[in-house]
Design a protein around this ligand. Structure first.
Ligand code: XCC
Length: 652
């Protein structure tokens, strides 16, 4: 059976049996008993999913189509081949993700400008990052305030988002390792900016444009580097300039942090600017008193998706759940209000919010939801920021008095977590970069895997994330995590020192000696930057190219278009990927599968699949993409990959 070909999709019963997340089992049953639907029901109604879509062999890039590739019609109406269609679908997904992170970066960077110019009432807390970046970017530092320097850095980051002339992305120049810059230069894939590469990618793939799949694959690599340096580095570093560097702290997470007799406010999305202000207002004595006046004992804040993991990293605010848990949490009936900014806010959440009387407040003009209260933050029109944040805090608390108490059921589960890791805090806590190098070299740690990304309905909720990571820590592989995967690992208790009992002897020793958890949550998805910086620093410290180091990128449950660029960012640096599902990257199959009713071809695209999953990428970049949907086999593949790297280095 090949799960990515529609034959092995889990239904609700299987999810209930297999999910490692006990709290959600109760909620899935409760929501059904309440007569409401979730993604699980809609996923079942969508079966079987379109197999052309699953393999990327459906072309919708003009209005003559849609065209599908079959044995009878191996080319689209315009003559486009299967290879061209598949690679074009992949690059279009990648640049959509690039646009999303670009818009996120835009908001954060313009906020810095607003603060630097005195127009936005926030303080820049990341002086350490401002000075580091000013030095790297060779700005004149003397006699300048941190605000002035931050303003100059913001201007450079804006250029990295928008440059049209043939110059390199500045963050790439100053953060990427020389070995890689040479590789990318030789491949001619150095990018100009996020905007330019999005434009070029869409241009190359429109009707009657580029028909050379290798050239489109080149543009994919260029776009991936723009994604990595302009929008991941751009957003992550800019957020650190604004709100400071994360520091490790112990906290409790999971659904049980919500309290029936408290106002429960969830924060959701990716860009934590408005929410920073809202948190400030919630602390005001008058807002706290208002909650008491309505009969609540206090106010609980919980985090969803990447805004959640960002706030966990910075303030230890408890996280609750991820993209596929956002409906489950509404089903508790205990959520008074969800304040959402941008991305990964699914329409199903609002449908369910209406069933349980939960108020939704949207704070970004890119994410409007009919029926929600809308109070947008625009860094270029910040005049009403304080007033709007106050209204949001007040509206959220006021929602408590209208809550339908007959429908409340909060799972009891709370889980210890030790989060708040960033590049500097990991290096410092583990005794410096050379010490981490030693731990790797002498085999105390066998390798480092970054296990990240979304959830997918194609596996029992969170089961791939948790199963894979439990195996990795047993084999002494240190795990770093971000985004929705980190919610799964946090709630499963793997981001706490107590998980040491699941670890191999080497990792156990590291946990005891350095007081760290085996799985380090390093923030939102743009904060994969922090992991990449660690990989780069370790490779430079040991004088070994990243491609030869025992590292791996693992995306067990890809969902959002943004995930394509995440994996590609690491691949470009020589870090091989293990992905759970190929879409929209098809995989080479051993042989065509018999019995496809309409005569469609069974292997998405041999050339593209062979390029990414085989020698093409390996020769050019020193890394490739493995695809394995079964979590036990995926874990074995990661172990094998790391073992092979160690063997090549002569490390035991
Ligand atoms: Fe994916 Fe990023 Fe969204 Fe979660 S929140 S679904 S992109 S893992 Ni970032």
């Amino acid at each position: 059976k090949y799960p990515y070909l529609n034959t092995d999709m889990p239904d609700k019963t299987e999810v209930l049996q297999k999910t490692p997340n006990t709290a959600t089992k109760m909620l899935i049953e409760k929501i059904e008993a309440d007569g409401n639907e979730t993604y699980l029901d809609r996923f079942a109604s969508q079966q079987p999913q379109c197999s052309f879509g699953l393999k990327g062999t459906c072309c919708r890039m003009c209005q003559w189509g849609p065209c599908r590739i079959t044995e009878k019609s191996p080319r689209g109406i315009c003559g486009r081949s299967q290879d061209e269609i598949v690679i074009s679908n992949i690059i279009r997904a990648l640049v959509s993700g690039l646009a999303a992170h670009g818009r996120h970066a835009h908001e954060i960077i313009y906020t810095i400008k607003g603060v630097a110019e005195g127009k936005i009432n926030l303080k820049l807390k990341g002086t350490e990052r401002i000075i580091e970046m000013a030095k790297k970017l060779e700005l004149k530092i003397s006699n300048k305030t941190p605000e002035q320097l931050a303003g100059e850095i913001a201007d450079i980051l804006i250029e990295d988002l928008s440059r049209m002339d043939n110059k390199n992305i500045r963050l790439l120049e100053v953060f990427a390792p020389q070995e890689r810059k040479d590789v990318w230069g030789n491949l001619d894939v150095l990018p100009r900016s996020a905007s330019y590469e999005i434009m070029e990618a869409l241009h190359m793939t429109t009707l009657g444009s580029c028909t050379d799949w290798r050239a489109i694959a080149g543009q994919e690599k260029r776009s991936a580097l723009a994604y990595c340096y302009s929008t991941l580095f751009g957003s992550s570093l800019a957020t650190e300039i604004l709100f400071g560097l994360p520091e490790p702290k112990e906290t409790e997470v999971n659904y049980g942090i919500m309290k029936e007799d408290h106002v429960n406010i969830l924060v959701h999305g990716h860009s934590p600017v408005m929410i920073e202000k809202v948190l400030e207002k919630i602390k005001l004595p008058e807002i706290q008193q208002l909650a008491k006046d309505y009969g609540a004992k206090g106010i609980v804040i919980g985090g969803l998706c990447c805004t959640g993991t960002e706030l966990l990293a910075r303030y230890g605010i408890p996280t609750v759940t991820n993209i596929l848990g956002q409906e489950f949490v509404i089903g508790t009936g205990a959520v008074d209000c969800v304040v959402v900014d941008m991305q990964c806010v699914i329409p199903g959440m609002k449908i369910l919010a209406d069933c349980y009387g939960t108020k939704i407040i949207t704070t970004c003009n890119s994410n409007r939801i009919p029926g929600a209260v809308h109070l947008p933050f625009d860094p270029e029109k910040p005049e009403t920021l304080d007033e709007d944040a106050y209204t949001i805090a007040r509206t959220a608390v006021e929602a408590y008095k209208n809550r339908d108490r007959s429908k409340i059921k909060i799972p009891k589960e709370t889980t210890k977590a030790y989060g708040g890791w960033g590049y500097e805090s990991i290096v410092k806590t583990l005794g410096g970069i050379s010490n981490i190098g030693k731990l790797l070299k002498n085999g105390t740690l066998k390798g480092i895997a970054t296990v990240v990304g979304c959830n997918t309905p194609k596996v029992a909720y969170e089961s791939n994330h948790v199963t894979i990571v439990k195996k990795l820590i047993e084999w002494d592989i240190l795990v770093l995590t971000t985004g929705c995967c980190s919610h799964a690992l946090l709630n499963a208790g793997l981001c706490s020192k107590e998980a040491s009992e699941l670890c191999g002897n080497g990792l156990k020793k590291v946990i005891e000696e350095y007081n760290v958890p085996p799985v380090m949550a390093v923030g939102g998805c743009v904060d994969n930057t922090r992991t990449l910086r660690l990989f780069i620093a370790l490779s430079e410290e040991l004088g070994i190219a990243i491609k030869d180091m025992p590292f791996m990128f693992v995306g067990p449950e890809p969902g959002n278009e943004k995930t394509v660029g995440q994996g590609m960012s690491f691949l470009m640096h020589g870090v091989s990927n293990l992905v759970g599902f190929p879409a929209p990257i098809p995989v080479p199959m051993p042989k065509p599968i018999a019995g496809s009713a309409d005569g469609e071809m069974d292997r998405g695209s041999n050339n593209i699949a062979d390029y990414f999953g085989g020698n093409g990428a390996l020769e050019e970049l020193g890394a490739k993409i493995y695809t394995e949907p079964y979590p036990e086999l995926a874990a074995q593949t990661i172990k094998m990959h790391i073992k092979r790297k160690r063997n090549h280095l002569g490390w035991k």
